[in-house]
Design a protein around this ligand. Structure first.
Ligand code: PMP
Length: 431
């Protein structure tokens, strides 16, 4: 009896596609999604009782693995004290302090419940604070499903984007310009034309929604200069990379290479909630004070700063603030990526990979892609075979070739060795 299959059939009768978020449905790779029964450390067990080494970790939040004792304890205590009040709590202040402590670009934060909400609100703030409407996003970056951000590139620079989703009127995305990631010439041209009308540019500094593609340092440097010179705000969407690629997030990595580098606004999610619905956006005081109730930019939420979610996020951030944490996580991730690279080479499979902190990406391509078009040259059928080969061997990676992977501190050397050995077996069948 396949319980995953049974549950999927029940789910499909009631929930569109059987899932509450599309990529879970395995549409890109085929087969039956695994229904999770329970998780602990680096593993989850599906409805058939099969154990999987989990490299998704709730798509990023589970940086300590599942059920870390200190986090569980904090959450249990918080639950006993009440689930939600709709009134301020001390933990919201503590979490804000913890975030601000690690991000020099962030003087004030507003807590929300999802990355979508955080990105949408940051855009509204950027527009409200600048009094401008236009914005730039990059092809292959995802910033949640707010209408204005569900846009694909138009046919040329002169044209603004087209909606990527039904239900988004073209008028709603008429101010959104979509550019190619890492393309300096296109960026300069766009600023020459529209620079003084731009409220902001939103970017995933390491794009985890096209697997793992870094914005190059020269590209980021130019982007920062253009934004500053034209009075447009640079919005870093660090929902995925925040407290995941480094304690100071991706912005700290760029600051190492670009003196004085800072984004204007930062969007956070995932790790800061430790697996609970929690996200945030923040920036300098003068910008953040445009928000209600101080300023004219409206933003609100019944469950914002939820006491259980803040307890979970705070306990998670406290664990990862140990100075030994990131070097250890980085070393594990490197072992995994180098192991996979070695296995692919040994079996003659084209392979390129990159990683930072506890986040990684790999491509069945001879070299790392720099933008969405290059990512999409990947062989989807081959990726599907790799995915299922690994899944059959108890290794759970993202079921789509344009998603990043995540290592937690609960992944042991042994888990990683098992993963590499399984990958080598599967690579042999792909070569
Ligand atoms: N921004 C980025 C970079 C993301 O990766 C995601 C989600 N994967 C979002 C925003 C949206 O977050 P959420 O799913 O919590 O709405």
């Amino acid at each position: 009896m396949d319980r995953n299959q049974q549950l999927f059939e029940r789910a499909r009768a009631l929930i569109p596609g059987g899932v509450n978020s599309p990529v879970r449905a395995f549409r890109a790779v085929g087969g039956t999604p695994r229904f999770v029964q329970r998780a602990e450390g680096a593993y989850f067990w599906d409805a058939n009782g099969a154990r999987h080494i989990d490299y998704i970790g709730s798509w990023g939040p589970m940086i300590l693995g599942h059920g870390h004792p200190a986090v569980v304890e904090a959450v249990q205590k918080a639950v006993r004290d009440g689930f939600s009040f709709g009134a301020p709590t001390e933990r919201e202040v503590e979490l804000a302090e913890e975030i601000v402590k690690h991000l020099p670009a962030v003087e004030m934060v507003r807590l929300v419940s999802s990355g979508t909400e955080a990105a949408m609100s940051a855009i509204r703030l950027a527009r409200g604070a600048t009094g401008r409407s236009r914005l730039i996003k990059f092809e292959g970056c995802y910033h949640g499903h707010a209408d204005a951000l569900l846009v694909k590139a138009g046919s040329g620079l002169a044209t603004f984007g087209h909606p990527t989703s039904a239900g988004v009127p073209p008028e709603v995305v008429q101010h959104t310009l979509v550019l190619e990631y890492n393309n300096v010439a296109q960026l300069e041209e766009a600023f020459t034309r529209y620079g003084n009308e731009l409220a902001c540019v939103i970017i995933e500094p390491i794009a985890g929604n096209m697997n793992f593609v870094r914005a190059s340092v020269p590209f980021m440097k130019k982007l920062r200069e253009l934004c500053t010179n034209h009075g447009a705000l640079l919005v870093f969407d660090e929902v995925m990379t925040g407290f995941r690629v480094a304690l100071g997030s991706a912005q700290a990595l760029y600051a190492r290479n670009i003196p004085g580098f800072r984004p204007d606004l930062t969007v956070l999610g995932k790790v800061i909630g430790g697996g609970m619905p929690l996200a945030a956006f923040g920036g300098p005081r003068a910008l953040m004070e445009h928000l209600a109730p101080l300023g004219p930019v409206y933003q609100a939420g019944t469950l914002s700063g939820n006491p259980v979610a803040t307890a979970c996020g705070l306990a998670t951030l406290q664990q990862i603030s140990d100075p030994r944490f990131f070097p250890m996580l980085e070393a594990r991730t490197r072992t995994l990526v180098e192991g996979l690279r070695g296995a692919a080479e040994a079996e003659g499979v084209p392979f390129a990979a990159d990683h930072q902190g506890g986040m990684f990406g790999f491509f069945l391509l001879p070299q790392l892609p720099a933008n969405y078009g290059e990512v999409m040259k990947s062989d989807a059928a081959k990726f599907g075979r790799l995915f299922h080969g690994l899944l059959d061997r108890g290794i759970y990676i993202a079921p789509a070739l344009y998603e990043a992977g995540f290592v937690s501190s609960a992944h042991s050397e042994d888990d990683i060795a098992q993963t590499v050995a399984a990958a080598r077996e599967v690579f042999r069948t792909l070569a």
